[in-house]
Design a protein around this ligand. Sequence first.
Ligand SMILES: Cc1cc2nc3c(=O)[nH]c(=O)nc-3n(C[C@H](O)[C@H](O)[C@H](O)COP(=O)(O)OP(=O)(O)OC[C@H]3O[C@@H](n4cnc5c(N)ncnc54)[C@H](O)[C@@H]3O)c2cc1C
Length: 251
Amino acid sequence: MKICSDAAGPRSVHRKALLEALAGELPVHLIRFSSKISSIETQQHEGSSVAIVHVENGTVIKAKFLIGCDGVHLVVSRWLGLREPVLSGRSAARGLAVYPQGHGLEQKVRQYVGSGRRAGFVPLTDKEIYWFFTVTSPAKGTSLARDAEDIQKEVLENYAKDLPPIFLDVVQHTDLSTLTWAPLMFRYPWNVVFGNLSKQNITVTGDAMHPMTPDLAQGGCSALEDAVILGRHIGTYILCTERTCTCTERD
Ligand SMILES: Cc1cc2nc3c(=O)[nH]c(=O)nc-3n(C[C@H](O)[C@H](O)[C@H](O)COP(=O)(O)OP(=O)(O)OC[C@H]3O[C@@H](n4cnc5c(N)ncnc54)[C@H](O)[C@@H]3O)c2cc1C
């Protein structure tokens, strides 16, 4: 087992804080959480393409732009015809440990690598620690534990039992409502490079475009870069639709 700690680099972001920061920029009525898309179509309206999104509860949303950032849930990437992601042969358990009295640990990443396993944790706040554990998926036919208590037990008593006590203590403190275990998937890079990443005003970003295994710890960073670049292009497009603009960006 190799222990790596970060000298400089990784920064942790609590997903809830990120969502709140993004949501805080928009009027509340513009956001609809937990909306499951059932189908997508396009229509022409006054020379422009409009995306029509059908939600499972019967709602129909007409959009000037549709950006699929639904991770490996794939609704938009399937509509674009991108090749399906493939199984990497490994699975990951992830959770958030909570120490109501404070964990007393330094704000740094710890990682344990070896024997087909990879585990690590990073404090998010004085009381919360994010942890992950990846391992070769169980043999075909053996399903991953689904119940949070079973997942925790599997990690503690089987897969990670010989890891340092500090990692086990973090897993022990998991808020079970945050615990997940899922196969790791990725899309072959050539299917991203040569795939249909957009059609008219519909595109994908983040894991919906380029799901990757966490080995380089870059999936989330790439998703943020996608958002910045796409935001700039959409901003330029909107500015260029104003009559005064003479640049050629619009095309
Ligand atoms: C074990 C592990 C460790 C990792 N470590 C790192 C790391 O250190 N650094 C890093 O940069 N990346 C890391 N990653 C990768 C990172 O987590 C992902 O790349 C990143 O979360 C992708 O962001 P996303 O917004 O594209 O997709 P997601 O984070 O999957 O978000 C998609 C969201 O869309 C929602 N959604 C899905 N379908 C719908 C729908 N129909 N309607 C509405 N909402 C929907 C989902 O609920 C979800 O909230 C790691 C991944 C794993 C598995």
